[in-house]
Design a protein around this ligand. Structure first.
Ligand code: NAD
Length: 352
């Protein structure tokens, strides 16, 4: 039986995790669940955002489902002790090098998008972002000199091995979709990015059924807005992916709708793309759909249960079609529901 670790975290993390649990409970006796602490909740209980107990639970689990971390209560702590450190630490401990963010437009919510509906027809793509290399982790890094004459520096570095493994992830995904992969780089000015392009081309030799294209990051930032339906799989280094994946998320209209997966060679973690939304925590108005769809991704990718994932996604579509909306996505004529009611409606639909 697959073992799943649930880490609600902080803020709305608890409220939306309850809804994911409700949905997962529609498939009884298939998975084993355990709960744990991360982020601010872990600081309060153990004095650290990623305690040993959570590390042990995560290493023993087949998949981790996480809510969100952070909040004003812990904002004054030194940066190395803040809740967000828990997130970086768990990604590192589990060796999660690939972040997968599907961008799908839900037809009933098309008017939420800042783009005209005509631009969004047939938009469905996945951003595959490298997660453990690049400027964020490269050394040397630091600040030299005295105030007034300081200089600061970071290192963009990628090894062939790091590029190869993320490229394989991207090509494998593309193979199961529309067989198109667009690799993002800045190879015209950066050596690390020239190596990125060279290795992506090398790996492509093993995936000749997938059409490969390359795009400079500045052009990609424009094309995601101008012609989002042209993309299928976007493969990107860490920093460019950080920016492009948030830009892509805007197409969907609400942060509360989007799931993500972070994958390593042995472990996997699934979470909605948003944070702990302290401004609405405890109000019962958070949208739980991104969390519920993260659970669907988990069932599909880590539990070999594509059929159950399909049931969840169909239920989400049906509930949206029927006009039920949480506050973030509500408009005239729609039925306003709470976080809890949205979870219940989706679960009821699965059980029909
Ligand atoms: P946020 O994503 O929490 O919120 C941004 C805005 O979107 C807020 O107005 C919020 O109310 C709204 N929102 C977010 N999720 C929503 C949902 N499911 N339904 C309805 N509305 C939703 O980002 P922020 O405000 O910049 O950060 C708040 C805290 O979360 C900070 O402590 C930050 O460090 C942390 N954070 C955590 C993660 C994570 O756990 N992966 C990611 C980003 C930010």
């Amino acid at each position: 039986m697959k073992k799943i670790l649930l880490l609600p975290g902080d803020g709305i993390g608890h409220e939306i995790m309850e809804q994911a649990k409700k949905v997962l409970a529609c498939f009884p006796n298939l998975f084993e669940y355990e709960e744990g602490y991360i982020g601010g909740a872990a600081i309060d209980k153990y004095g650290t955002p990623f305690p040993e107990t959570t590390l042990k639970q995560a290493l023993e689990a087949d998949a981790v489902l996480l809510g969100a971390v952070g909040g004003p209560k812990w904002d004054s702590l030194p940066s190395e002790n803040r809740p967000e450190r828990g997130l970086l630490a768990i990604r590192k401990a589990l060796g999660l090098y690939a972040n997968i963010r599907p961008i799908d437009i839900w037809k009933p919510l098309i008017d939420l998008s800042p783009l005209k509906p005509s631009f969004l027809k047939d938009v469905s793509f996945v951003v595959v972002r490298e997660l453990t290399g690049d400027l964020y982790f490269g050394t040397p890094r630091g600040v030299h000199g005295e105030k007034g004459s300081r200089s600061a520096f970071n290192t963009m570095v990628y090894s062939e091995e790091e590029i190869k493994r993320i490229a394989h992830t991207g090509f494998r995904l593309a193979r199961n979709r529309k067989k198109k992969l667009c690799s993002i780089d800045k190879s015209n000015v950066l050596e690390a990015m020239a190596l990125w392009r060279e290795i992506v081309e090398e790996v492509h030799q093993e995936y000749q059924d997938v059409a490969l294209s390359h795009m400079y990051v500045d052009n990609a930032a424009m094309q995601i807005i101008k012609k989002p339906s042209d993309f299928d799989v976007i493969l990107t280094p860490n920093m460019f992916g950080d920016i492009l994946s948030d830009e892509a998320a805007v197409l969907c209209g609400s942060l509360g709708l989007l799931p993500s997966a972070s994958l390593g060679s042995k472990h996997a973690l699934y979470e909605p793309i948003h944070g702990s939304a302290p401004d609405i925590a405890g109000m019962g108005i958070a949208n739980p759909i991104g969390m519920i769809l993260s659970a669907a991704m988990m069932l599909e990718t880590s539990c070999g249960s594509s059929d159950l994932a399909f049931k969840i996604r169909s239920a989400v579509a049906a509930v949206l079609d029927a006009g039920f909306r949480t506050k973030d996505s509500w408009s005239d004529g729609m039925v306003l529901v709470s976080t809890d009611e949205m979870g219940t409606k989706i679960a009821e639909h699965i059980l029909r």
